[in-house]
Design a protein around this ligand. Structure first.
Ligand SMILES: CC(C)(COP(=O)(O)OP(=O)(O)OC[C@H]1O[C@@H](n2cnc3c(N)ncnc32)[C@H](O)[C@@H]1OP(=O)(O)O)[C@@H](O)C(=O)NCCC(=O)NCCS
Length: 166
C-alpha cells in the first residue's frame, strides 16, 4: 500500500540518510541536518510554493516527493516552457524498495492523490531528471510520461518529461 504524509522536522534525519545512499547521492546534492533545516522549514510552514511529502510503502517510510507549480519558479518556467503545469521531484531512499517497480507506482499515486487535488486547474505534470538518469526517466515513462527534449536547467542538462492529464 502506498500512502503519503506531509513532511515534518522529525523527517530531516531520514532525508539526510536517504540523500547519502549510493543510489541517490549520484543524482542529488549532499544534505546535512543544518542544510535541511534551512532549506525545508519554509516547505513545512507553507511559506514556500513547494510542498514535500514522505511516501510510506506498507506503512514504512520509503522516500520523499515534492511538487510545485512551474510558474512559481520563473527560471524553471523559462527552461521548461509549461506555465500550466505542476512539477515533481522524487526519490526512494530505502534501498530495499528500489528496483522493484515501485517507483512508477509511487509517482502515479502521488500525482493522483496529492498533486492533482492540490492543483485542480493544471493540465500537465513535468519532471526533469538529469539527462543520463536512465532509471528515473524510465520510471517516469512507466508512469505515463513522454520524453521530450534535453533542456538546460541551472546550467545542467536535464530531460524534459511530460505527463498530459486527461
Ligand atoms: C528513480 C526511482 C524513483 C525509480 O524507482 P524504482 O522503483 O527503482 O523503478 P523501477 O524498479 O520501476 O525501475 C525503473 C526502470 O528503470 C530500469 N533501470 C533500472 N536501472 C537502470 C539503469 N541503470 N539504466 C537504465 N534503466 C534502468 C528498470 O529496468 C525499469 O525499467 P523496466 O521495468 O522497463 O525494466 C528510484 O530508483 C530512485 O529513487 N532512485 C534514486 C533517486 C533518483 O534518481 N530520483 C529521481 C531524480 S529525478
Amino acid at each position: 500500500m502506498i500512502t503519503f504524509r506531509a513532511i515534518t522536522r522529525a523527517d530531516y534525519a531520514s532525508l539526510v540518510r536517504w540523500r547519502s545512499a549510493p543510489h541517490v547521492a549520484r543524482w542529488f546534492e549532499p544534505l546535512d541536518l543544518a542544510t535541511a533545516e534551512a532549506k525545508y522549514q519554509a516547505r513545512i510552514d507553507g511559506t514556500s510554493p513547494t510542498r514535500m511529502h514522505i511516501v510510506e510503502i506498507d506503512g514504512e517510510d520509503a522516500g520523499y516527493l515534492q511538487h510545485y507549480l512551474v510558474r512559481d519558479y520563473p527560471d524553471y518556467l523559462a527552461a521548461v516552457g509549461e506555465p500550466n503545469a505542476a512539477g515533481i521531484d522524487f526519490l526512494i531512499g530505502e534501498d530495499r524498495f528500489v528496483g522493484k517497480g515501485l517507483g512508477p507506482r509511487v509517482i502515479r499515486a502521488y500525482i493522483r492523490d496529492v498533486v492533482v487535488p492540490a492543483h485542480r486547474s493544471i493540465r500537465k505534470i513535468v519532471s526533469t531528471p538529469a539527462f543520463d538518469n536512465a532509471r528515473s526517466i524510465r520510471a517516469l515513462e512507466k508512469a505515463g510520461f513522454l520524453q521530450r527534449t534535453t533542456i538546460d536547467v541551472d546550467g545542467k542538462p536535464e530531460r524534459l518529461c511530460i505527463l498530459q492529464l486527461s
